[in-house]
Design a protein around this ligand. Sequence first.
Ligand code: IMP
Ligand code: MG
Length: 172
Amino acid sequence: MTGNVNVLIPEEKVTQRIKELAEQISKDYAGKQLHLICILKGSVVFSCDLAKRITVPVIFDFMSVSSYGSETVSSGRVRILKDLDESIQGKDVLIVEDIIDSGRTLAYLKDLLSSRAPASLNICTLLDKPDRRETEVDVKYVGFEIPDKFVVGYGLDYNQLYRNLPYVGVVE
Ligand code: IMP
Ligand code: MG
């Protein structure tokens, strides 16, 4: 199914905000090497644009996770479809996500990855829907807070479509 998408955050605004986030991250990690973890597939577009503007050395790794079916969603468990290729022990790790909704995915990931003894572990998300939060998660870098609407574009999908849109929008 495809439908019209109404622009919520135009491309220029996304680009400008990513530039600001990258500047802040480059300052905060000055003199360090950043281990950037891209959560597939949603954060691919954001991770690439962010990484291109970060001025400290960056290592990329990828993880793919999926929430359990709706019947077990309340357990807050997340299934790992693809784990990291490299050890993060002693590394300065930044998890890059597309969006925080209930907060369950990131709360789980943060617990899991902090058990692997990184030197530091922070989260950067392009979008945040604070009204939907069910689990408290400490997120250091947030691109935009958005209202409780289902959004697509800039990596985010609806039935795997719309990830390639250069802006964030709402499907009609
Ligand atoms: P959480 O565990 O509820 O925070 O779920 C976050 C995940 O749900 C994100 O990584 C997205 O894959 C998906 N998600 C949540 N809200 C949206 C949305 O508005 N559009 C597309 N995907 C979403
Ligand atoms: Mg996702």
